[in-house]
Design a protein around this ligand. Structure first.
Ligand SMILES: [Zn+2]
Length: 78
């Protein structure tokens, strides 16, 4: 298992996610984002706005996603 926190995944807090694949950790982070969105957490809403800006440019989004994926891949196993 590898660990990345919310901030490392484009979020706003130090909550840690543990997963074997980047796809898995991205799902966990997304679910957490939805939860924070429902709570209307200000920091997470701002972080989501930044990601949404990025999503307007598909290449920028892909680049961001790939760079996060690489970051995950070079992490040491827990
Ligand atoms: Zn968070």
């Amino acid at each position: 298992m590898k660990t990345m926190n919310c901030k490392q995944l484009g979020g706003a807090c130090d909550k840690e996610f543990h997963a074997n694949t980047f796809e898995e950790i991205a799902e966990l982070s997304k679910a957490h984002g939805v939860e924070m969105f429902q709570k209307q957490d200000k920091d997470h809403l701002e972080a989501m706005n930044r990601i949404q800006e990025l999503m307007k440019k598909p290449e920028a989004m892909t680049e961001w996603f790939e760079s996060k994926k690489k970051e995950f891949e070079v992490l040491a196993e827990d």
